[in-house]
Write a protein of this length. Structure first.
Length: 135
């Protein structure tokens, strides 16, 4: 789900050329929203990446991140960056050893709707909040 948001936002940024998507759920498709779907991560990397966003289920982050670091590709990996501290450390060490940026995505922190809600709560405009649930 987060991949769609990243794709939309990156596609709108000046100076960013959106190369394509690799998602096993899209196997057999040639494109999604006008962007090329690559069958493997290796094919996507071979297309020429400076930077990659990893918005896959957390269980796949270590493998994807290590492959990107090994290929010399900077990455933003959605949170949680890994399912365990050990795996997160392996990712951090791999990007550091390669002299690459390996960042953790916090896209929702900058969501305008959530920022507005945070301000309304801080200003006391919503009363006492006991629980917030989102779909």
């Amino acid at each position: 789900m987060m991949g769609r948001h990243h794709m939309r936002l990156l596609s709108q940024l000046d100076g960013v050329e959106f190369v394509g998507v690799h998602d096993v759920a899209l196997a057999g498709r040639d494109s999604v929203n006008g962007h090329t779907v690559f069958g493997t991560l290796e094919d996507l990397i071979a297309a020429g990446l400076d930077y990659c966003v990893v918005a896959a289920p957390t269980v796949f982050h270590l493998d994807l991140g290590l492959n990107l670091a090994g290929a010399g590709v900077h990455a933003l990996i959605e949170k949680p960056v890994a399912p365990s501290h050990r795996e997160a450390t392996r990712l951090a060490d791999a990007f550091d050893a390669a002299g690459l940026v390996g960042g953790v995505g916090h896209i929702e922190r900058f969501n305008p709707a959530l920022q507005a809600m945070r301000h309304k709560i801080e200003e006391g405009l919503l009363g006492d909040i006991y629980q917030i649930s989102t779909p």
